[in-house]
Each structure stands twice: as structure tokens, then as C-alpha cells.
Design a protein around this ligand. Structure first.
Ligand code: AMP
Length: 500
């Protein structure tokens, strides 16, 4: 492990840059950006691009959705341009920039962006991740690429097979580094970094700056410039956070109440509802559907077709409530959400920051609402408050009558059994249903997807599958008469065991 005694990081001064031209980017990059419809840099781009162009190491606090990919990819492409060539010889195309991500979805998204930004140049790029055939990846690597996007495990497989050589890497990006650590990739990262030249530029992006992340940075970054679009581990000021105390057993009804209340108030119904387990995720989506809310579950057990339909439905606005687990929602390119609901308080405080970072982007206002059961969730809530350094107001769910909702639910179930409830989707009569949730403005934020993610099968990485399985073990244990799981929750999730 290379240890650098990094002095206190300096903080980038935000330049008042309004256009991409002012960074001095090559005309071929600018052309690609204008084809993408990017007119001005996002705040993270305005801060990161000049610093990366100078060759400095960066520690960036930014989440997916802030435009961070272009923040590192554009200056990297610019810096590699003098080396771009049209030669057919693989030797002329060594890997010069390595971008590591925790999940295949994120790897694919980063690669997709890099390929778009570099499309008018001779720079080559490819992506490698697990769960798919290695041979096409090996072929692409053997032909030679300057920019390689990879998940750590699969990259090491290729290193072992000698299909890739990393000795000429000049730039390393650790994207969503916190997630890579959460998923247990630290040993893989160390092995990979040890294969790289010590003389290189390293960029580390993380949604939060936990002590582990700071340790990683002090080991591998040299005098990094810290770039933050929001204070580390902080949550946006423009996001209204609230937690609602609900009795155990009334959580589903509480979500229905919140969603219906929002609709009555004329607010957009579109939201992501986060659940800690796959079982709970499917169960809640079914419950919301029964309550007349267009909902769908997305988690690691869903097939590619189901995931594709769900995300397309959500982006086009036919689905209002996307019920998701953390692993499934991570890295998905979903624009700003008006509302995020935590059906379950997340086991990790960092996940709370990730989840609610889905709302209130780019100065928009948003609601981050959590439901908590007294006695069960207090410690998790206090961990969150410690991390975000603020207390979250406890509220009462105004007008909430779980008994009434349950009565309605029983009624709707009875009607369903009689077969006279219209299915929300895929039925011949769905066209003539009244459009209850016509929130044009929020819909326009969603665009039809051209992301290759939507056309390939989903296969969770072993680590994320283990995480999801652990969450399900917890859910199953809790369902079985609320007996305690055999192992502590943090350990089941692969996290650091906590002292009670
Ligand atoms: P990221 O946080 O890098 O995943 O980016 C989130 C989304 O914002 C992606 O769909 C990007 O294509 C888009 N994006 C990134 N930068 C800009 C920009 N300057 N203007 C408009 N859209 C952008």
C-alpha cells in the first residue's frame, strides 16, 4: 500500500464558469457536449474540471445525479487527447485512464457517458463488469483502449488472465468509493492500485466522507483538492426532512396516507419509496397497488424485462411510486424526484444520505419523509442525525387513521376477489381510467431512456446480492414473530459490527 502523508486537503475555489468553452476544452469535446444538449456546467463540473485539467488529485463529495461523471470524464478525455491516435496496433492504445465503480449499472452508465463525450476523438474506451461472458471484454481489451471503466472483481479476473496491462495508467478514478468500501471491495482496490504506477493522478468520488474514506484518501491521494457540491455527509437545505412515528403494523397504511395526502395537496405523487428488503419491497408495492396507487417494485430478484418495464413506466409517468431497495436504486439514472419516502429507516446512516439525495437536486425543493417505529428505529435515527449533524423534526401524520385505511383495504381485497377491480396496468380498460396523477411538470423531467442498461439483463454482483440477501434474512426473521436475526444486522449487511 502506498502511503502518502497527505497534508490537509485544500478546497477548490468555485470559478464563476458559465460555459464549457471557458475551460479550454477541445472543439471535438465541445461538439459532443452540444449534441448531448449540455449548455452549461453543473456546480460539480464547474469546480472539478479546472482542477482535474491541472493534473491535481481530487477528493469529490458528489452523488450520482450531480453530473459528476462529466466532471471527471471531460478533463480526462482532454488530457488524453495528445495521445489519441488512429493506429490499429493495440500497443498504441494502452490503458491510460482507469475508472472503477462498485456496480455494473454504474460502470455501464459511466462508460456510456465516456463513449458519448469522446465520440469525435480517436480515444478508445470499454467497460468490464462481472456476471457476463468475459470473452467479448477480453477481445476489446486486447484490441487496446485508453479509457477503461470496470468493477474491481472482474478487472482482477482480466488482470489474472493477462488480458489487460495497467502499467501505463496515468489517471485513476474511484467512483462511489464509499459504496465500494461498503461492498467489501477494499482488498480488491488495494490489489489493483498496487498494479498502477505510483506517479499518477487519482480522483476519488464519494457521497460521504466517512473516516474509512478519509483513510483511503490519505493512503492513495497526494495533496488532494476537496470539491464539494454539498457539505460532506450533509443533506440539502432545500430538502424538507421529516420523520413520522407510526405503530408497528401501520407502516404500509402510513405510506398510502402520505401519498394520498400529497395528491390532495396538488403535489406530485411521483416518488421513490425505499425499503430495506426485497420481500418488503414486493409486499409494499402490492399493497400500494391494492390501494389504487400506481406502484412497482424494483429489486435484485427482478428480471431484466421487469426492471426495464418498471423503469420505463416510472420515467414516462405511468408508475407513481417506485418501491426500491438501496442496491437496486443505486446508480440508476433517475432525474430529480419531488419526494423520497423511507418506508424503512435505512440500516446505515450513509444510505439515508444517498436516498434523500434523490430529491432536491440543482436547487429544486424536495421532501424526504421517513416512517419510524418507536423502539425499533431510534438508534438508526440517532446515527443518521449524528452523521448529517442536524436533528430531523418528528411529525405527526395529520389525519392518519390506520383503522380506516385497513377497512378500505379489506374492502378493496374483497372487490378484487370478486374480480371487479380494474388492473392498473396492461389491461384493455386502462386507457379509459381517469388520469389521476397528471403532473405535467414533473413528468417532463423524465425523458425516454436510451441508456443501454435498459436493454441488458440485470445480474447483481456477488457482494450486492449478499447485501440484499442479508436484508431479506432480516426481513424474514422480523416477519417470523419479530425474532432477532441470528447475526447482528450490521454484520448481516457486511458492515462493521456495532457495539450495542
Ligand atoms: P451523473 O451525476 O454524472 O450521473 O449525471 C446525471 C445526469 O445528468 C446524466 O443523465 C447526465 O447525462 C446529465 N448531465 C451531466 N452534466 C450535465 C450538464 N452539464 N447539463 C445537462 N445534463 C447533464
Amino acid at each position: 500500500m502506498t502511503t502518502t502523508n497527505a497534508p490537509e486537503p485544500t478546497t477548490a475555489v468555485t470559478a464563476a464558469v458559465q460555459t464549457f468553452d471557458s475551460f479550454g476544452l477541445d472543439a471535438r469535446i465541445l461538439r459532443a457536449l452540444s449534441e448531448q444538449g449540455y449548455s452549461s456546467p453543473t456546480p460539480i463540473q464547474a469546480q472539478a474540471i479546472p482542477v482535474v485539467l491541472l493534473g491535481k488529485d481530487v477528493m469529490g463529495a458528489a452523488q450520482t445525479g450531480t453530473g459528476k461523471t462529466a466532471g471527471f470524464a471531460l478533463p480526462i478525455i482532454q488530457r488524453l487527447l495528445p495521445l489519441a491516435n488512429a493506429s490499429a496496433s493495440p500497443a498504441r492504445h494502452p490503458v491510460r485512464a482507469l475508472m472503477l465503480t462498485p456496480t455494473r449499472e454504474l460502470a455501464d452508465q459511466v462508460y456510456d457517458n465516456v463513449a458519448r463525450y469522446a465520440k469525435h476523438t480517436d480515444l478508445r474506451s470499454t467497460v468490464v463488469f462481472g456476471g457476463v461472458d468475459m470473452n467479448p471484454q477480453t477481445d476489446a481489451l486486447r484490441r487496446g483502449v485508453e479509457i477503461l471503466v470496470a468493477t474491481p472483481g472482474r478487472l482482477l479476473d482480466h488482470v489474472q488472465q493477462k488480458s489487460v496491462n495497467l502499467s501505463q495508467v496515468q489517471m485513476l478514478v474511484l467512483d462511489e468509493a464509499d459504496r465500494m468500501l461498503d461492498m467489501g471491495f477494499l482488498p480488491d482496490l488495494q490489489r489493483i492500485i498496487n498494479l498502477l504506477p505510483a506517479q499518477r493522478q487519482t480522483l476519488l468520488f464519494s457521497a460521504t466522507f466517512s473516516p474509512e474514506i478519509k483513510r483511503l484518501a490519505s493512503s492513495y491521494l497526494k495533496q488532494p483538492v476537496t470539491i464539494e457540491v454539498a457539505r460532506s455527509n450533509s443533506t440539502n437545505e432545500n430538502v424538507r426532512q421529516a420523520v413520522y412515528q407510526v405503530e408497528d403494523g401501520h407502516k404500509q397504511a402510513a405510506v398510502v396516507h402520505l401519498l394520498k395526502q400529497r395528491a390532495e395537496q396538488g403535489l406530485s405523487r411521483q416518488c421513490i419509496v425505499f425499503v430495506n428488503s426485497k420481500i418488503g419491497c414486493s409486499r409494499l408495492a402490492r399493497h400500494l397497488e391494492r390501494e389504487g396507487i400506481n406502484a412497482a417494485a424494483i429489486h435484485g430478484d427482478k428480471t431484466q424485462t421487469e426492471r426495464m418495464q418498471t423503469l420505463d413506466g416510472f420515467k414516462s409517468g405511468t408508475i407513481d411510486a417506485l418501491v426500491a431497495t438501496d442496491v437496486a436504486a443505486r446508480g440508476l439514472d433517475i432525474p430529480d424526484m419531488p419526494c423520497v419516502i423511507n418506508f424503512d429507516v435505512p440500516y446505515s446512516a450513509e444510505d439515508y444520505v444517498h436516498r434523500i439525495g434523490r430529491t432536491g437536486r440543482a436547487g429544486a425543493s424536495g421532501d424526504a419523509l421517513s416512517i419510524y417505529v418507536p423502539g425499533n428505529d431510534e438508534r438508526l435515527l440517532s446515527d443518521i442525525e449524528k452523521l448529517i449533524k442536524r436533528s430531523i423534526p418528528r411529525g405527526k401524520l395529520e389525519g392518519f387513521d390506520p383503522t380506516g385505511t385497513r377497512a378500505r383495504q379489506a374492502d378493496s381485497e374483497r372487490r378484487r376477489e370478486r374480480g371487479d377491480v380494474r388492473r392498473a396496468r396492461g389491461s384493455a380498460d386502462s386507457e379509459d381510467r381517469p388520469r389521476r396523477h397528471d403532473h405535467g411538470a414533473s413528468r417532463q423531467a423524465f425523458r425516454a431512456s436510451d441508456d443501454p442498461f435498459f436493454s441488458r439483463p440485470y445480474e447483481p454482483s456477488p457482494a450486492s446480492a449478499a447485501q440484499a440477501k442479508a436484508a431479506d434474512e432480516v426481513a424474514a426473521a422480523l416477519t417470523r414473530g419479530r425474532t432477532a436475526p441470528k447475526r447482528p444486522v450490521a454484520a448481516l449487511l457486511g458492515g462493521v459490527p456495532r457495539k450495542s
